[in-house]
Design a protein. Structure first.
Length: 156
């Protein structure tokens, strides 16, 4: 598949935070069956993701998520990309958030065996570049679980 050109529609998030978002989204979808965040605000200093859940996450579940993400970071997994057709992507991914003006070729970002999803954003090359992942707060209201997280500088 030919690589599409970068343009103003490509996301420009802070690569370590954006990669951490992928790790958390992938694990939330696997562990709790809630899918990826329906709302996200990704910034350099702190980020937040919102998920539809039937009940709030416990302190133990939040701690376990934090430990899981940090173990993925410590694994120093490689971050790679592949380009596939939208037709192939439809058989592998939820296409509901793909912009209407997307090209026929889409990009899939793989973070080791931890996550894969459609993405136009910037990422680290290896998970060890992310830094320490910390859930700084969470709240649950009206069926929505918000997770706020920060990153400490990597020890590279």
């Amino acid at each position: 598949m030919e690589k599409p050109e970068l343009n103003e529609h490509n996301k420009q998030e802070y690569p370590p935070m954006h990669s951490a978002e992928h790790l958390l989204n992938g694990e939330m979808a696997r562990r709790f069956g809630c899918g990826r965040a329906f709302s996200a605000h990704i910034e350099r200093k702190k980020s937040k993701l919102d998920y539809h859940l039937p009940s709030p996450l416990t302190a133990e579940e939040l701690k376990s998520l934090e430990e899981y993400i940090n173990s993925a970071i410590d694994a120093d997994a490689e971050v790679t990309e592949e380009y596939i057709s939208q037709q192939e992507a439809m058989t592998r991914f939820d296409m509901s958030r793909l912009p209407d003006n997307a090209t026929d070729t889409v990009r899939v970002v793989h973070i080791g065996d931890y996550d894969q999803c459609l993405c136009a954003g910037l990422h680290v090359n290896r998970t060890s570049e992310i830094g320490r992942f910390r859930i700084s707060s969470s709240r649950y209201q009206d069926g929505v679980q918000r997770i706020v997280f920060k990153l400490d500088e990597p020890k590279i």
